[in-house]
Design a protein around this ligand. Structure first.
Ligand code: UDP
Length: 318
């Protein structure tokens, strides 16, 4: 039986990854400091003998007993409001955390997949973004703490691959959505769903003409798993190329939720907010035989089911 360590295991993507690895027959060790993650996302795994959990901050030395075959480094604040509030932790987990986990991968002779991001492209001047685009990042802007930590992550991962021969994988994750996102996480879809369900104003930033390309979580996880099992060590974009303006997706959520009290309201655009974003997934298609399958209309329905419950629970615990 193969053993995988997942950092950020109690988070949105981390918890879905744990589920997939358990379903694939792995033994899974989850690790999380619960800064932005929640044990509720993995409580269903606790009864399983093949699952164990350590509450630990991977920015400090990481010790795991026994053999390890795979490491998946998914720990990080990932929402712009989170990394604005926690700039130092964001830099540390992307930089020091990645260093610690690469050291662990080297010591255990394990394969490591690190979670990079479309933010390495910054406010892109090439559209859609292929992996060979170097990006347009402001290192000292509010997003710099996340973007530069992830760029450092890619650099040190390549260095461990080239210098130490560590078996590495780098995924660049584009906007992903689905069950287990935090109600108050501040990202577009969690904000829109909870505002629409509560009958409040749906806060579109700027004039809403900026674009994103949203991938349903099951598709994203499938792409990540395929990349982990591949033998390709350079960065690969995993995301859904179906591009939409923020105003359009706000309207889609408004319609789907159908709450007559909800309405769209406009707020100032945050600094350095990328104007466009769309993954070029030619490489993933060719290399992994992967492309997203879940249409946005379906994905949004599954996500609404989750947010109906999550918003109720959030109101009860307020
Ligand atoms: N956004 C918005 N209203 C919100 C939250 C986000 O209009 O309440 C916009 C944000 O300005 C950005 C896009 O939606 O243009 C996606 O933002 P998100 O925070 O989800 O992630 P990003 O892709 O910017 O990292």
């Amino acid at each position: 039986m193969k053993t995988a360590l997942v950092t950020g295991a109690a988070g949105f993507l981390g918890s879905h990854l744990c589920d997939r690895l358990i379903a694939e027959g792995f033994r899974v060790i989850g690790m999380d400091n619960l800064l932005t993650g929640s044990l509720e996302n993995i409580e269903h795994l606790f009864p399983l003998e093949r699952f164990s959990f350590y509450r630990h901050d991977v920015s400090t030395f990481v010790h795991v007993p026994g053999d390890l075959d795979y490491i998946l480094h998914f720990a990080s604040p990932a929402s712009p409001i989170d990394y604005l509030e926690m700039p130092i932790q964001t830099l540390k987990v992307g930089a020091l955390g990645t260093h610690n986990l690469l050291g662990l991968a080297k010591a255990k002779n394990a394969r490591i997949l690190v979670a990079s991001t479309s933010e390495v492209y910054g406010d892109p001047l090439v559209h859609p973004q292929p992996e060979n685009y170097w990006g347009n990042v402001n290192p000292i802007g509010p997003r710099g703490v996340y973007d530069e930590a992830k760029r450092f992550m890619e650099a040190i991962t390549m260095a461990y691959h080239n210098y130490h021969g560590v078996d590495t994988r780098i995924v660049r994750i584009f906007n992903t959505y689905g069950p287990r996102m935090r109600v108050n996480d501040g990202r577009a879809l969690p904000a829109f769903f909870s505002q629409a369900l509560r009958g409040e104003g749906i806060t579109v930033f700027g004039d809403g003409s900026q674009t994103r390309s949203f991938c349903y979580v099951d598709d994203e996880i499938d792409g990540l798993f395929r990349l982990l099992m591949s033998d390709y060590h350079l960065p690969v974009n995993i995301g859904n190329p179906a591009e939409v303006t923020i105003r359009e997706i706000a309207e889609e959520v408004l319609q789907l939720v159908g709450n007559p009290n909800a309405y769209i309201t406009y707020k100032p655009l945050p600094e350095d907010d990328p104007k466009v974003r769309q993954p070029d997934i030619s490489l993933a298609r060719e290399l992994l035989g992967w492309e997203p399958k879940v249409k946005r209309s379906e994905g949004l329905k599954y996500t609404l089911e989750y947010f109906r419950k999550a918003v109720r629970v959030d109101e009860m615990t307020d």
